[in-house]
Write a protein that binds this ligand. Sequence first.
Ligand SMILES: Nc1nc2c(c(=O)[nH]1)N=C([C@H](O)[C@H](O)COP(=O)(O)OP(=O)(O)OP(=O)(O)O)CN2
Ligand code: ZN
Length: 139
Amino acid sequence: MTERIGYITRVQSFSACHRLHSLRLSDEENKEVYGKCNNPYGHGHNYKVEVTVRGKIDPVTGMVMNLTDLKRSIEEVIMIPLDHKNLDKDVPYFADVVSTTENLAVYIWDNMAKALPASLLYEIRIHETDKNIVVYRGE
Ligand SMILES: Nc1nc2c(c(=O)[nH]1)N=C([C@H](O)[C@H](O)COP(=O)(O)OP(=O)(O)OP(=O)(O)O)CN2
Ligand SMILES: [Zn+2]
């Protein structure tokens, strides 16, 4: 029987605040690079994350993986550590990593890759706003 490859995606929203500020730049350089997003009071987003896995459609179960299991991993990797948090202060990873959406995608990728069966994770897509979207595929 021909092997069929499928892609399945689960979408999860969460809210968090952050400030763009690099410890490797001076205060002046931070203002120059990040502009209003370097404001010391920070700002918030309603992030929308799409987690996509790629794999063989099992001929017996009809699934690439059970979406209920994907939902559980997303809860552990995204919702518990990130929802209603200050990314820079509450998430140790961002103590010395700038909380850009690119770096947030890398953080989610690394932790989802550990939580899912080997090689299933295909893509993390984050909508930071309606207009700003970041994609990371583990490269
Ligand atoms: N490469 C990146 N650039 C920027 C990031 C980022 O994560 N990666 N983040 C920001 C800010 O955090 C900020 O969230 C951008 O918000 P804002 O400019 O308000 O968003 P919009 O572009 O959607 O707003 P409009 O003014 O309505 O166009 C900045 N850069
Ligand atoms: Zn922001």
